[in-house]
Design a protein around this ligand. Structure first.
Ligand SMILES: *Cc1c(COP(=O)(O)O)cnc(C)c1O
Length: 430
């Protein structure tokens, strides 16, 4: 089967033979062997569908980290200049690949800190409340850390979250937020909104919002617009530059497979590259590289998003990101996205085939409005159902009260993984 044809399959079959055939014809299939799949006691791999929480370890990661350990062993402090990948400019080795992955220009992307930290740094610059314009717009079911972050920023500026935080809710009886409702809030309250900060893709429902549209609506009303792309980066094509958003933040341990707690990414649109009037917390890693070690000068920011860097970064974590990004470069995010659409659609087909009134997919049905995740609600179920599925060898994610989040990841999941999961779910529902 050629590439083209495999992308246009619409008639799926609910059989292991079909799933196997899909795997055999999958142009991305070789990438699975580049990852360590967690192994059960009996020697078989788990059905790992949790890449939206923690991506699997690339086999190349160990060597990349060992290289840095070796260079530290051999060079000590001189490794900053003489390591195979010198530590001084190390973050620069990640920039192009990361920028490609999120659809941005290199001057707009840097790997630094972790997500919640970057979100705060971005709000230092892009949330400047005034008496007239003090509000932040966020989704009601935003990731808790994001909510804590925006609330604490509002309080930090002396405002009251009860008045200043607008939470976008799905309509009564619905799970997803309608674009027309986003439009309405911005239309009605835009003049009072300082910042629109939306989780894209939503971690709970898997809903992928149209960032360009939201940004245009926000900018038309004079709001700043930023996105948390924790569940988008490495998953969907984000096109951050074209979205026009002021900033975006994401982590690298979910779909970007860089290991627990690894560093996050940060995007600031190039229109802000040169803007030294933006309030900014500063540290030496954001200072002009030529005079950074002069240590006497006033703060002279680097051009672009690198000027938001504070500290010299943890190289061991960056080595893991570098190893992971090499795989993305080889695969190509648009190829991965093509497979992800197929694989997720196959999962959707199989879950629908379970044909049980208790089972409902709350993620959008339109592949354009979702990434690789399906959130499956099982009405009247409790965690014991999820525990049974786990015992059968599936690693997935349970969200109270009744949602199983399943993320088939194009890089390492197979059609057989998805088939096995659906069969186990069906069997355990009886
Ligand atoms: C995973 C995730 C986080 C986690 O933040 P860290 O600072 O990396 O711990 C925050 N926000 C969203 C939307 C997430 O999905």
């Amino acid at each position: 089967m050629d590439n083209n044809k495999s992308n246009t399959i619409t008639t799926f079959i609910n059989s292991s033979k079909f799933a196997e055939e899909m795997d055999q014809n999958d142009p991305m299939r070789r990438f699975r062997s580049k990852f360590h799949l967690p192994i059960k006691k009996n020697g078989e791999p788990y059905v790992y569908l949790c890449g939206n929480s923690l991506g699997l370890q690339p086999r190349s990661t160990r060597e990349a980290i060992e290289q840095e350990l070796k260079d530290w062993e051999n060079y000590g402090v001189e490794g900053h200049f003489h390591a195979k990948n010198p530590w001084m400019p190390y973050h620069e080795f990640l920039t192009n690949a990361m920028a490609n992955l999120v659809g941005a220009k290199p001057v707009e992307v840097v790997v630094m800190n972790t997500l919640s930290v970057n979100l705060h740094l971005m709000m230092v610059s892009f949330y400047q409340p005034t008496k007239k314009r003090s509000k932040i717009l966020i989704e009601f079911d935003a990731f808790p850390s994001d909510k804590y972050a925006v609330e604490s920023q509002i309080k930090f500026h002396g405002f009251d979250p009860k008045e200043c935080l607008i939470e976008l809710k799905a309509r009564e009886g619905e799970e997803l937020i309608r674009m027309e409702d986003i439009e309405k809030v911005i239309e009605e309250q835009g003049a009072e909104i300082a910042l629109i900060m939306i989780g894209n893709t939503n971690y709970y429902t898997g809903q992928f919002f149209d960032m360009k549209k939201i940004t245009e609506l926000g900018h038309a009303k004079g709001c700043k617009v930023g996105f948390d792309c924790a569940h988008g980066a490495g998953n969907v094509e984000l096109n951050l530059h074209d979205s026009g958003a002021d900033f975006a933040v994401w982590c690298s341990y979910k779909y970007i497979n860089s290991g627990p707690g690894s560093l996050g990414g940060c995007f600031v649109h190039e229109r802000h590259s040169n803007d030294n009037s933006l309030p900014k917390f500063a540290g030496w890693w954001g200072h002009n590289k030529d005079t950074r070690f002069g240590m006497r000068d006033g703060f002279d920011p680097i051009l672009g998003v690198e000027s938001w860097q504070l500290s010299n970064p943890p190289i061991l974590s960056m080595a893991a990101i570098l190893a992971s990004l090499k795989i993305f470069e080889e695969a190509g995010i648009s190829n991965l996205r093509k497979k992800a659409i197929q694989l997720t659609s196959y999962l959707e087909f199989l879950v629908d085939k379970i044909n049980d009134d208790r089972v409902k997919i709350i993620t959008p049905r339109d592949p354009k409005e979702r990434g690789s995740q399906l959130s499956i609600q099982v009405k009247s179920a409790d965690k014991s159902l999820f525990d049974k599925i786990s015992e059968k060898g599936v690693i997935a994610d349970w969200r109270e009260p009744d949602v199983i989040r399943i993320a088939p990841v194009a890089l390492y999941n197979s059609y057989m993984d998805v088939f096995r999961f659906a069969k186990i779910l069906k069997d355990e529902l009886i």
